[in-house]
Design a protein around this ligand. Sequence first.
Ligand code: PMP
Length: 388
Amino acid sequence: SDSSSNAIPQYLPLRNDLAGEEPYGAPQLDVPVCLNVNENPYEPAPEVVEAIARRVREIATGLNRYPDREHIELRKAFAAYLEREAGVHFEVEQLWGANGSNEIMLQLFQAFGGPGRSALSCDPSYSMYPEYARDTFTQWHTIPRDDDFTVNVERTAQAIREVKPSMVVLTSPNNPTGTPLPLEDIEALLEVCNEVDVEGALTGVHPVMIVDEAYAEFRDPGTPSALSLIERHPNLAVSRTMSKAFAFAGARVGYLAASKGIIDAVRIVRLPYHLSALTQAAALAAFEHTDEQLSQVDHLRDLREHSARWLAKQTYKGKPLQVAPSQSNFILFGGHFDKRERIFDELLKRGVLIRVVGPQGWLRVCVGTDAEMEQFHKALTEVLRIVE
Ligand code: PMP
């Protein structure tokens, strides 16, 4: 588990604005059922493990040399994958990889945020966003989502006009709520961005919109991705990851699709050789086996729907649980858990780790295997009976 005391010694010249800050991250506990960080619960098939080992062995003889800084082969693999997954064609110069979409997002903030700049998003959303802002000295603004967790387009548009941010960060499907963002809403907000001049910048400099599609593969089949808007919108960047549906979280690979201009801006701030030869080799091997890597996504979607229906039939203190409609591989549920920490603890005692996240009264569970979901349902049934 994480170290218990994180207090930074007084004699260290820690940045003033970081005083009292804690490292971000969910508890990493060794428990039977881990449903807390939205991973794909299925391990790679033996032939994928073999392909990774082979690719890594092949490049190992060259590990005295730095890797391909521009990771061209991998960017070609991103292109092939996105063509297949979303039906959108990209050139290599419109794609970019990094160590998880966490690093992609940080690079975007480094390139487009900064002192005197601000970024705007819609809460509740992914808790790392304010940290990217803090770490790049970018002012952070949030607009509350509606009660059903959808983006309030009118209020967000109004805020963009007032704040004149250099970055608008939207998430689809959203974490921790699972809420998708319709393409019409993204387009409406892109129109607003195109009319707004960024605060402190020259006239004609418009906000960059980032759509974080970390969980996009779990959306209903046939639903278009924001990737399809990039051709018409040079200020739009769409972030994706191999960590979730693609079942490759341990390798740390995220990627970005955008206009060449945005990719070139990110290339200015990236560290040289940020993607190791090992990472690139492993990711290429996994993309060779895209079918196997994605083989459980339909099933996970079914399990999500099954669990959502089950949750909606449970009650806490005589009232049915609320369940946020999810297009992702997790479910936000509860709504009126006045003791959500207690429910979390009792589940943990029964070997089931979920996440205390999102607005007060709610908890988030990630979709695991059939057996894991059964254990979760069994444990929650017991817990809801004893927590009063
Ligand atoms: N965006 C969202 C919305 C996420 O939930 C996560 C992971 N929790 C990430 C980005 C980052 O994932 P990774 O760095 O593994 O790609």
